[in-house]
Write a protein that binds this ligand. Structure first.
Ligand code: ZN
Length: 235
């Protein structure tokens, strides 16, 4: 059942790696009946499906999946035009179907913002776009990421906490909990944090200049507390 009767809504969650935006997006999707558009999933899916030597052509330039996948594995953001292309394609599909969305992990750069935000405004209207920035310190981000796991079946993120540290299987589907190779190594996380500071923070400025409200939320507490804070800002 999707949210078709009430007005369409887009919630965009921003935050450094380890801010728990993926977990919050899942919760929001369930609570508010939204489609969870997850950039990392779109990318991973595209990489897994891509054939050897496959590329997409954007304004005359070739972008090879294998090259993008290598960047991704090192913690470096994929080429913004490549990401935007895939995300835009997905948004158009969903927007056309009148789906309300929650988006985590994109836009991540100013470039992506400049291509994706106007499209969202067109499809959903400025007033129906809510942006939430979940803030956590670098230290907390590194700790959380180096302890984080996902489930093998659905890639449900399992944040590290007293309650979850002994878990071996996904509480939702029972599949094994694994670490994400490469992406969550401390060295890679430091690169991802630097990327966040240099590339995502300028995006926040752009959004504010477009008169989109960016609500900042303290992300250094339990999942349920943060969820509560997010729901409050949506009212
Ligand atoms: Zn799972």
């Amino acid at each position: 059942m999707k949210n078709s009767k009430s007005k369409k809504l887009v919630i965009i969650l921003l935050g450094p790696p380890g801010s728990g935006k993926g977990t919050q997006a899942e919760l929001l999707a369930e609570k508010l009946d939204l489609y969870y558009l997850e950039t990392s999933k779109i990318l991973e899916e595209a990489f897994n499906k891509s054939k050897k030597g496959e590329f997409i052509k954007i304004s005359g330039k070739k972008y090879f999946f294998s090259r993008e996948e290598n960047l991704w594995k090192k913690g470096i953001l994929c080429t913004p035009s490549f990401v935007s292309y895939l995300v835009k394609r997905k948004i158009k599909k969903l927007g056309g179907k009148n789906e309300s969305l929650v988006i985590a992990g994109s836009p991540r750069t100013l470039y992506e913002g400049k291509t994706i935000i106007p499209l969202l405004e067109k499809l959903y209207g400025k007033r129906n776009i809510r942006i939430i920035l979940i803030q956590v310190s670098a230290k907390e981000s590194i700790f959380r990421n180096s302890h984080r796991r996902i489930c093998e079946l659905m890639r449900h993120p399992i944040l590290y906490s007293k309650e979850t540290k002994k878990l071996k299987f996904c509480p939702l589907d029972g599949s094994k909990l694994i670490r994400r190779k490469g992406l969550d190594d401390p060295k890679t996380i430091k690169i991802r944090l630097k990327e966040y500071r240099e590339k995502t923070l300028p995006l926040v400025k752009y959004l504010e200049e477009r008169r989109l409200k960016v609500k900042k939320i303290n992300g250094e507490s339990s999942v349920s507390k943060i969820f509560e804070r997010i729901l409050k800002t949506l009212k």
